[in-house]
Design a protein around this ligand. Structure first.
Ligand SMILES: Cc1cc2nc3c(=O)[nH]c(=O)nc-3n(C[C@H](O)[C@H](O)[C@H](O)COP(=O)(O)OP(=O)(O)OC[C@H]3O[C@@H](n4cnc5c(N)ncnc54)[C@H](O)[C@@H]3O)c2cc1C
Length: 418
């Protein structure tokens, strides 16, 4: 079975490695960029993604790139704690959570894919068309520097991100990703370690927010590399480009009053070498991913807001699920149907949950009920309500510890021997 993957991002590269490990060895990856430069800032991989990377045998390589946060805490815009929960192993998972630089993760996955695949990644190939052939195969057309080239496969996987060309070909009326009206500014700073040096924090509410998590251990001076996302409702176009660089100064000024006794937010923003501006956009849920023998994966299928830290993890789950079904099913069509059935309804529910602010709902409730702050959070949001919000999101995203720890493996051989 020849499989063409379009896009060498996190999802496409994870799919290439997953298909290879599942015994599907005739895989070729096509990428629009002329070089994989490992762009971006931080990304979180949740325990459900670490489980898949572990079962793929690559978790040690990936774990060496980042740090594992042991807790996640939510605060209001006055720096008061609303909710805190253990994460990863500390929360009872068999696998950790991992905060990692997106670019380093992409380069590591590229190296793993290149070491395994028979064919090199075809760079400088931008998908522009697909057509089904009478024998059931599909032919992809790519624009290159030297003109158009074609490639024919039994399956074409569109892992080409939020602006997916394959998605646009299949859903031509859809248009640009809808914008929430919020703008995100992402950066990395070296700042004094905060809290226990292993906590991911979110502070603020639906209008303005600051998220930060360590990307390194504290050094001898007690400073650590921290990824942050500053977010605010602001003017702009909603035109999503991951590489738009802006000056940190004016962004730090927007947060000038956010000096908590445990974190100086404007100083953290001002310390960034570079800040990347990105509108908070996502995609509407689709009624169909698979057309003939083409399907979608990762952001191409279900780009979501970053508030649950789930986009990269869900792309990895897609990759492993696709490999499992293609390797286990009797026919290509059954394999693609099994993949879509396993993933699309779950992602439809997760997109809705993420638009409803996901686990950050506790921050919104605290802002609505106690805009000036509180003396006792239990009087504002009772413990049971906070616990339910956290558990409901995990259930929707497929990472309740009890469920994730026990569910069957997506490794085809392991499944066959059960
Ligand atoms: C440059 C960049 C920076 C990012 N930075 C961050 C970040 O800092 N933090 C974060 O949480 N998330 C970031 N993301 C998004 C995050 O990587 C994804 O949400 C998630 O990992 C899902 O991965 P994906 O493979 O589905 O999509 P992506 O990682 O977006 O990968 C899609 C790939 O497809 C390629 N492609 C696009 N169109 C075509 C085409 N027509 N033909 C061939 N190839 C095509 C792209 O060049 C890209 O390599 C970034 C994405 C990109 C592309």
């Amino acid at each position: 079975m020849k499989i063409i993957i379009v896009g060498a991002g996190i999802g496409g590269l994870a799919a290439a490695v997953s298909l290879h490990e599942a015994g599907l060895r005739d895989v070729v990856v096509y990428e629009r960029s002329t070089a994989i430069r490992g762009l971006g800032v931080g990304i979180n991989l949740l325990p459900h993604a670490l489980r898949e990377l572990t079962e793929l045998g690559v978790a040690e390589t990936i774990a060496a790139l980042g740090v594992a946060p042991t807790s996640l805490s939510y605060f209001n815009r006055h720096g008061q704690r609303i909710w805190s929960e253990p994460r990863g192993i500390a929360a009872g998972y068999r696998w950790p959570q991992l905060s990692v630089h997106r670019g380093r993760l992409q380069l590591a996955l590229r190296d793993l894919a290149e070491a395994r695949l028979a064919e090199p990644i075809r760079l400088g190939h931008r998908l522009v068309g697909v057509a089904a052939n009478p024998d059931g195969t599909e032919t992809a057309r790519f624009a290159t520097e030297d003109g158009e080239v074609e490639a024919t496969g039994d399956v074409i996987v569109g892992a080409d991100g939020i602006h997916s060309a394959l998605r646009a070909l299949r859903h031509p009326a859809e248009g640009a990703p809808p914008w929430s009206g919020l703008t995100l500014w992402r950066g990395v700073s070296r700042i004094p370690a905060f809290l226990d040096g292993r906590t991911m924090i979110m502070a603020g509410d639906g209008e303005q927010k600051f998220v930060a998590y360590p990307l390194s251990e504290p050094d001898q001076d007690g400073r650590m590399l921290v990824n942050f996302i500053a977010e605010r409702r602001a003017g702009g176009t909603g035109d999503a480009d991951w590489n738009r660089s802006v000056d940190p100064g004016p962004i730090a000024e927007l947060f000038r009053d956010w000096r908590f006794d445990w974190l100086d937010v404007p100083a953290a923003i001002a310390a960034a070498d570079e800040i990347l501006e990105y509108p908070m956009v996502d995609r509407d849920a689709l009624a169909q991913w698979t057309f003939g023998r083409t399907t979608l994966l990762g952001d191409a299928a279900h780009a979501m807001y970053p508030n649950g830290s789930n986009g990269g993890s869900q792309a990895i789950l897609d990759a492993r699920t696709l490999a499992f079904h293609l390797a286990s099913a009797g026919t290509v069509e059954e394999g693609l149907a099994g993949y879509e059935q396993a993933r699309r309804p779950a992602m439809t529910a997760l997109l809705a949950g993420t638009r409803a602010t996901g686990p950050e709902r506790v921050m919104q409730l605290a802002a609505e009920r106690a805009p000036q702050g509180f003396t006792d959070i239990d009087e504002v949001i009772p413990l049971a309500e906070r616990e339910k919000i956290a558990a409901d999101y995990k259930a929707t995203a497929g990472f309740l510890p009890s469920v994730l720890n026990e569910r069957a493996s997506l490794t085809p051989q392991a499944e066959a021997s059960r």
